[in-house]
Design a protein around this ligand. Structure first.
Ligand code: FBP
Length: 345
């Protein structure tokens, strides 16, 4: 393996392809198209404070959320970078209610792309790290026909590649195509992603937890007990843990991936399925974290084994260092009683 400094993302993808004699190069081309979209979005995010791209478009998206201009810019950039390469049969985005068909003038390919163009968008105006998340599958319907919802609604373990791009103090492209999770930092001086985090291994146990404690009242009793357990003093198990919550899933999970930690967005008595989306937030993150030796579940079932039913369905998620995720699953399993609203008392 050549000197890290000069391992570009494009070269790393090609080297990975060589491990698959049956490969046609389509997935490699798809991943490099994605990296182009990431570079353009990164540029726009970095100068967001200077140009009229902060704030809202004035429209609401299908989730009833006010749409940010940068959200739509990122969505359009992903679509335009990916629609004409001939590698995709269908796409799905957080910003579009229905599946996105490939314009008929372009060749139809064998892959499916699901993406969250700009995750953590509630943090954009405050210059907090945000990200793009993507998930790639092989189609299941006959080739050379327009892709369908069936091609999108596959279990996460069927992903052939997944990744995220974090737009923070630097822009980092993290992906897995089945051979470990690797990070590439964008060198803006010549616009290339260079290998900076090879074969990321997330610590099996950590001292960090990430959850919006403002929702404590509405949590499952088992989860409340787990958080209290993390806050107790016990040197042997390195407790109390530290709380770290940015409120931007990509940023919280990226930190935990490198330092160790557990990120949780549980179901609660107001949001019975939690907040985060299975297809373009939880599945790709679970695929990456597992590739780095971590674990991801909905508190009971492995995220990657969940059978999706809708494009925008939500799921509770507990993801990160393996032992920590197992611990919270134990606390949830021990507590039989359901979620109750504490304030009723
Ligand atoms: P979107 O902005 O893509 O809808 O992302 C959802 C998100 O911002 C996650 O990035 C983050 O982890 C979570 O919501 C924060 O939610 P809350 O403000 O309820 O803690």
């Amino acid at each position: 393996m050549p000197n890290l400094r000069f391992m570009t993302l494009a070269r790393h993808i090609i080297e990975g392809e060589r491990m698959h004699p049956e490969a046609t190069g389509e997935l490699s081309a798809l991943l490099s198209d994605l990296s182009l979209a990431a570079k353009v979005i990164s540029l726009e995010v970095n100068k967001a404070g200077l140009v009229d791209i902060l704030g809202f478009t004035g429209d609401n998206n299908i989730h009833g959320e006010q749409v940010k201009k940068l959200d739509m810019f990122a969505h359009d950039m992903m679509f335009r970078a990916m629609d004409h390469g001939g590698h995709l049969c269908v796409m799905g985005s957080e910003e579009e209610e229905d599946i996105i068909h490939i314009p008929p003038k372009f060749k139809i390919g064998k892959y499916v792309l699901l993406f969250d163009p700009l995750d953590g968008s509630s943090n954009i105006d405050a210059n907090i790290s945000i990200g793009t998340i993507f998930s790639i599958y092989k189609r299941v319907t006959p080739e050379d026909t327009p892709g369908t919802l069936e091609d999108c609604l596959q279990q996460g373990l069927k992903q052939v590649a997944a990744g995220y791009v974090i737009y923070g103090s630097s822009t980092i492209f993290v992906y897995t195509a089945g051979h470990g999770a690797h990070g590439f930092t964008l060198d803006p001086s010549f616009g290339e992603f260079l290998l900076s985090h090879e074969n990321i291994k997330t610590p099996k146990k950590s001292k960090l937890y990430s959850i919006n404690e403002g929702n404590y009242l509405y949590w499952h009793p088992g989860l409340k007990k787990y958080i209290k357990y993390l806050q107790e003093e016990d040197k042997a198990t390195e407790r109390p843990y530290s709380s770290r919550y940015i409120g931007s899933m990509v940023a919280d999970i990226h930190r935990n991936l490198l330092y160790g930690g557990i990120f949780m967005y549980p179901a609660d008595s107001r949001h019975h399925k939690g907040k985060l989306r299975l297809m373009y937030e939880c599945n790709p993150m679970a695929f990456i974290v597992e590739a780095a030796g971590g674990r991801a579940s909905d508190g009971k079932t492995r995220i990657l084994e969940l059978q999706p039913k809708e494009l925008h369905e939500r799921t509770p998620i507990f993801i990160g260092s393996e032992e920590d995720v197992k611990k919270v699953e134990e606390f949830m399993a021990k507590e039989k009683s359901e979620i109750t609203i504490e304030s009723k008392k």
